[in-house]
Design a protein. Structure first.
Length: 322
């Protein structure tokens, strides 16, 4: 049987190069390797986005972005999390077998609270809803970034507790699948993230893109001096796009000296611009065809709901709620 691949993307801001190389690229590659289910995690986004207009817009934007970047509705099922309300019921069932201690150990919760996000109940039980997302589709493989691995391990635990409590194999054990690109640096050298305001957006173009790339923070080594390619963000970002020969060429120039960051930034800018040009074109078409995008999401929801209702039925039966 084909493996079920599933992942969720929060519609909590404009997608950036960190999301692309850390997650989206891998999601798209998986379309050809099994039965892929991708959803826009709008229930989860409510833990940080609490403006209806903004959430609606960000949600449809993620759908448009994925379609523009190459998600094929013939190969993968794309849907909105909230179109499958069964998932919230399963989250409740799972919460009744999940210990407080498990959730209290979540790094992501602690990190978010440390960053100033209010510790609401929904933020605390976020991993239970995420477990329901994964288990309701009997997912085998969950491609995620390193920051999400603990959530998948918690999902494995919750599946085990439920199956053991009710002596029935209701849920398949999912496995996380890590991407090769561990961490994309932002324009300030920290991890690229919406919450640090240091992103290069995938669909930025023209002067806006130029301004961000030319604004990448570099040290003050003079143009003539040799520079270490491995510690500079311009080179690190360039390696994401360049061929082996192109990478070697820029590396040699930095090491030789007489090559300034400004020149390297221009080369990087050209690469980013060219790489995403066809996707930008496709995106513009999709923006003008929202009916098509809605249709993809609607069909995706029908397909996903078929699977979700089967699993929920068997979970309800197992615990005596029929
Ligand atoms: P952000 O940090 O901007 O809020 P998210 O937490 O929504 O991004 O991340 C969505 C996906 O993109 C996750 O799978 C995450 O691991 C991946 N990701 C985000 N930023 C990066 C980065 N800088 N490098 C690699 N992967 C990233
Ligand atoms: N928590 C994930 C993130 O922030 C998004 C997400 C929600 C998810 N549900 C999921 C990812 C289920 C994988 C599987 O990136």
């Amino acid at each position: 049987m084909q493996k079920r691949i599933l992942s969720g993307i929060q519609p909590s801001g404009k997608l950036h190069l960190g999301n692309y190389f850390g997650a989206i690229h891998q999601h798209l590659a998986f379309q050809d390797q099994g039965e892929a289910f991708y959803f826009i995690a709008n229930y989860h986004a409510l833990t940080t986005v609490q403006n209806a207009l903004q959430l609606r817009e960000l949600t449809i934007d993620v759908a448009i972005d994925y379609l523009a970047l190459g998600l094929s509705p013939e190969k993968a099922t794309l849907f909105r999390q909230s179109d499958i309300p069964e998932v919230t019921e399963l989250a409740w069932l799972l919460s009744t077998v999940t210990g407080m201690g498990l959730l209290e150990r979540a790094h992501s919760y602690k990190d978010k609270v440390a960053k100033g996000i209010l510790p609401k109940v929904g933020l605390f039980t976020y991993p239970v809803l995420m477990a329901a997302d994964i288990l309701i589709y009997q997912s085998n493989i969950v491609p995620v970034g390193a920051d999400q691995v603990q959530h998948i391990e918690m999902t494995q635990d919750m599946a085990g507790y439920f199956n053991t409590t009710y002596s029935k194999e209701v849920f398949t054990r999912p496995e996380p699948q890590l991407n090769e690109t561990a961490k994309v640096p932002g324009i300030d050298g920290q991890k690229m993230s919406k919450s640090y305001g240091n992103t290069i957006e995938i669909f930025a173009e023209g002067n806006a893109l130029k301004k961000v790339v030319m604004g990448i923070v570099t040290d003050s080594t003079p143009v003539e001096a040799p520079k270490d390619p491995d510690t500079n963000v311009v080179f690190q970002l360039y390696t994401l796009f360049a061929t082996t020969e192109e990478k070697q060429e820029m590396r040699d120039k930095f090491l030789a000296g007489g090559y300034g960051y400004g020149e390297a930034k221009k080369t990087l800018l050209k690469k980013i611009d060219e790489y995403f040009a066809p996707f930008r074109l496709r995106r513009k078409e999709l923006v003008n065809d929202k009916a098509y995008v809605e249709e993809v999401l609607r069909k995706g929801a029908i397909r996903a709901r078929e699977e979700a209702s089967k699993t929920l039925k068997s979970a309800r039966l197992a615990c005596g709620i029929d």
